[in-house]
Design a protein. Structure first.
Length: 137
């Protein structure tokens, strides 16, 4: 664990597990208190399974709507609320417990290009010439 850690600050728009330890070197929060964007990195002594269950239970209580969830070696949960999207990534730490990366970004345009069925603007794909399939000599 990095030496520059402190207790997780209180946020009014997302849940943070009790006893979470913030990794200040890997966290960046920009903007006002309830509309901030950025990434929180922290550890928890709880197992990845318990942290997954915590977010699955608590995010809706903070008015976040679930988009998708994948439980695996590194689990990912995605939510939306107003004009923001939250992604929670949970993995096991070496000594037990969990590492959590919680990213909040604005919903919407990813640049000019094609609009996907989900509403995101995807960058236009440049057509490249076909790759030569001649054997190497």
């Amino acid at each position: 664990m990095p030496a520059d850690q402190s207790q997780a600050p209180q946020f009014t728009d997302i849940p943070i597990p009790a006893g979470a330890r913030m990794d200040l070197d890997r966290s960046l929060v920009l903007g006002p208190r309830d509309t901030w964007l950025g990434r929180l990195a922290f550890t928890s002594s709880a197992s990845p399974n318990d942290v997954f269950e915590f977010y699955a239970r608590e995010m809706p209580r903070f008015n976040w709507t679930g988009i998708t969830a994948v439980r695996a070696g590194t689990s990912v949960l995605s939510y939306s609320r107003d004009e923001r999207v939250a992604t929670v990534q949970i993995s096991r730490t070496t000594l037990g417990g969990s590492e959590v990366l919680l990213t909040i970004s604005p919903r919407g345009s990813m640049g000019s290009g094609v609009t996907s069925p989900g509403g995101f603007n995807l960058p236009a794909v440049n057509s490249a010439p076909p790759v030569s399939r001649q054997p190497l000599r």
